[in-house]
Design a protein around this ligand. Structure first.
Ligand SMILES: *Cc1c(COP(=O)(O)O)cnc(C)c1O
Length: 449
């Protein structure tokens, strides 16, 4: 038996014990089994989701959840931190080495807290920040008026270019970034998106930031795994600060992290704690360490390349099915679809619900210049990070595009929807995200729906 088998078995034992331990709480136990069933029998195409390894799940369900560790390794406010110091040091070291960064802070509870810490480290309230428009792909933490970021700082927004023929256009408008930087003199320029299917080159942002004397932050929440896997250019060493989430393409536990140079290390650390957070989630930090190690393996480079290859295949098949693709295609894990070319009356909201009922999980999304509200929208966003982890390839992507088209072509046809639901279940059964767990789930569930 190889050491790998031994490891896999002990992880499984840990997890089945954890699941057995839940049996004393029938409600949560049943919900956990039902959610595992949902994740295993429906298509997970939400671009910000993934399936973590069992090792990541085991670490995030570990005894480190019991430990208070306010402060940083070697400088804690409580006793008993000998082991968690080792955990957090290892997580920081693995993050630094994975991304080639001088400094890493692995404590942010989420991507939003990582961004807030970055702002706090380099800005005063009221300072001007240049970031991507929310309705063209930016994130809430890039200055939405409902976010603390938009209430605290003065955000000015750039967007994408107009749609052009043959998929030209709908790219970040770097001329506009440069013009706004010159007229608004921001203290910080932010690159990074939540709904954008193209590679973001950090270099032109750096040049503009240097020209106007701004700092440059790259929010790599979505492409962190593609950067770690070597299929996207790295902003580390180009941007002053790189923030990212650990749970999207990076495939780790739910959380955030910040990378920076030695010059900003102290400001970032004190912004995270005590600036924004109390005790760190050391169980999640242990799981982040596991994920950073996994992302440093050669297999992860293949994974990252597979994610992009699958997105390209999904995009091509959706395009053939009559959907217009925002920016004409994709270079990352996302495909943004403009539904109006397919059916002028079909909203993103209605499409999302129809697909959900057929077992295809994705999210509605505004498209650039969307005439509909963010709640209704004219677009859908798909992502291939989770499906690729489950082992699906380009043939499955073509199949998924066909199923999406069939559901949306017959909005009122319930029997067709049920037929597709069965096809989806069939497809998913060949790609279980947690293959060893079938015995652990659903034994006491009466219905298989
Ligand atoms: C997802 C995302 C975040 C926030 O991450 P949370 O963990 O949900 O707080 C921040 N920025 C961008 C660009 C994102 O896509």
């Amino acid at each position: 038996m190889s050491s790998r088998d031994v490891r896999a078995i002990s992880e499984r034992d840990l997890l089945s014990e954890a699941i057995d331990a839940l049996s004393g709480d029938p409600e949560i136990s049943e919900m956990t089994a039902a959610e595992l069933d949902r994740q295993s029998t429906t298509l997970q195409l939400i671009a910000s989701e993934n399936f973590t390894s069992e090792a990541v799940l085991a670490a995030s369900g570990s005894v480190f959840t019991n430990k208070y560790a306010e402060g940083y390794p070697g400088r804690r406010y409580y006793g008993g931190n000998r082991i968690v110091d080792q955990v957090e040091d290892l997580a920081r070291e693995r993050a630094r080495s994975l991304f080639g960064a001088d400094h890493a802070n692995v404590q942010p509870h989420a991507g939003a807290s990582a961004n807030l810490a970055a702002y706090m480290a380099v800005l005063e309230p009221g300072d001007t920040v240049l970031a991507m428009r929310l309705d063209q792909g930016g994130h809430l933490t890039h200055g939405s008026p409902v976010s603390i970021t938009g209430k605290t700082y003065r955000f000015v927004a750039y967007g994408v270019t107009a749609a052009g023929p043959d998929g030209s256009g709908e790219r970040i408008d770097m001329d506009q970034v440069a013009d706004l930087a010159r007229t608004e003199r921001p203290k910080l320029i932010v690159a990074g998106t939540t709904a954008y299917s193209r590679i973001i080159d950090p270099l032109p942002f750096r040049q503009i930031a240097d020209e106007v004397g701004a700092k440059f932050m790259f929010d790599a929440a979505h492409p962190a795994g593609l950067i770690a896997g070597g299929v996207h250019p790295s902003p580390v060493g180009v941007a002053d600060i790189v923030t990212f989430t650990t749970h999207k393409t990076l495939r780790g536990p739910r959380g955030g992290a910040v990378l920076c140079g030695a010059d900003l290390a102290k400001s970032i650390d004190s912004a995270v704690f005590p600036g924004l957070q109390g005790g760190p989630l050391e169980h999640v930090i242990a799981a982040k360490a596991v994920a950073f190690r996994e992302a440093a393996q050669p297999a992860f480079r293949e994974y990252a390349a597979g994610v992009v290859e699958n997105a390209k295949a999904l995009a091509a098949a959706l395009s053939s099915a009559g959907f217009r693709l925002v920016s004409g295609g994709t270079e990352n894990h996302q495909v943004l679809v403009d539904l109006r070319s397919f059916d002028a009356d079909l909203t993103g909201q209605a499409a999302q619900e129809l697909l959900d009922a057929a077992g295809i999980t994705c999210n509605r999304n505004q498209i650039p210049g969307d005439p509909r509200s963010p709640f209704v929208t004219s677009g859908l966003r798909f992502g291939t990070a989770a499906a690729t982890t489950a082992g699906m390839g380009t043939a499955e992507m073509a199949e998924i595009a066909r199923l999406v088209g069939e559901v949306l072509r017959r909005p009122g046809d319930d029997s067709k929807r049920d037929e597709i639901r069965a096809e989806v279940r069939d497809l998913c059964s060949a790609f279980p995200p947690y293959p060893g767990w079938s015995k652990l789930r659903g034994d006491h569930l009466t219905s298989g729906s």
